[in-house]
Ligand binder design. Structure first.
Ligand code: 8IG
Length: 272
């Protein structure tokens, strides 16, 4: 399926096509939980279980290879110790890539079409709370969508109360009681915020700033999945920290936090 064909197709039929392809290629009829890996979370999937199949994103209908260093372009089927089938999406499409919001949420819709009842969204982001040193994982309690768009089309009125499942946040705190929570503001990017925009985000109630997750969470809820979100604060947001932001800092913080967040994620998935 070419990009043009994807854009002209019904998004739910395209997701069904991709799900059928995944079922065929992995030999797994239905998956239980989907995991989207953001910046810094690339290796966090290793401890979840045994990878039984690895597909390249670009071969799956409607998917495209990622364009960012530190993002992985594969989709894996993982069998957990508890016997659950996890679909690990290393190939997130960001809104700033300009491929349209349908492309951004295609992975989430595909996951739902493969049978997933739970959606675990991870990301790397900027933190507004000075206590969150780079490498701190933070539970997402809610979001503010600053993209001025929605993944839903037409008169699709979806309730977003408790979008980020308080049940699963509770399970996460059973794994690590020190976990804080924050409200995630999705900006479009790809530029980072100005210090003034970070102050604006703070005043409207955000404590995490990033370029993903909110649109995917909405699509996930619409598709009937229970959504869980967790951020890795890889940098203090612009102006909160005296030093300028760099993508290298982001990658380093992710690497340093690797072992802790890997164990955390595996612990949460085991409890689902
Ligand atoms: I990693 O400080 C990462 N992603 N918008 N702001 C935004 N996105 C981010 C940031 C950040 N850090």
């Amino acid at each position: 399926m070419s990009y043009t064909e994807f854009l002209n197709a019904d998004p739910f039929e395209a997701a069904r096509d991709a799900a059928n392809y995944i079922a065929e290629e992995t030999g797994v009829d239905a998956h239980d939980v989907a995991l989207v890996l953001g910046s810094g979370w690339g290796e966090a999937a290793e401890l979840i279980g045994e990878t039984t199949a690895t597909l390249s994103a670009s071969e799956i209908p409607g998917f495209t290879a990622p364009s960012v260093e530190g993002h992985v372009g594969t989709i894996r089927s993982v069998l957990t110790k508890e016997g659950k089938r996890a679909l690990v999406l290393g190939a997130r499409t960001h809104y700033y890539e300009g491929k349209g919001v349908r492309s951004v949420v295609h992975g989430v819709r595909t996951a739902a079409a493969t049978g997933c009842k739970t959606l675990v969204l991870t990301n790397g982001c900027g933190g507004l709370n000075e206590d969150w040193t780079p490498g701190t994982p933070v539970l997402i309690s809610d979001h503010i969508n600053l993209t001025a768009t929605s993944p839903l089309e037409g008169a699709t009125f979806v309730d977003l109360t408790d979008l980020y499942s308080s049940r699963i946040r509770g399970l996460a705190r059973e794994v690590d009681s020190s976990l804080d929570e924050g409200v995630y503001a999705q900006f479009t990017g790809p530029h980072y915020e100005t210090p003034a925009e970070v102050q604006y985000a703070k005043r409207i109630g955000a404590s995490l700033v990033g370029m993903s997750t909110a649109l995917e969470a909405i699509a996930g809820r619409h598709a009937g999945m229970e959504v869980f979100g967790i951020s890795l604060v890889t940098n203090l947001a612009a102006g909160i920290s005296p030093v300028p932001l760099s993508h290298e800092e982001v990658l380093e913080a992710g690497q340093a936090a690797g072992p802790r967040i890997s164990k955390l994620l595996a612990g949460i998935i085991a409890k689902l």
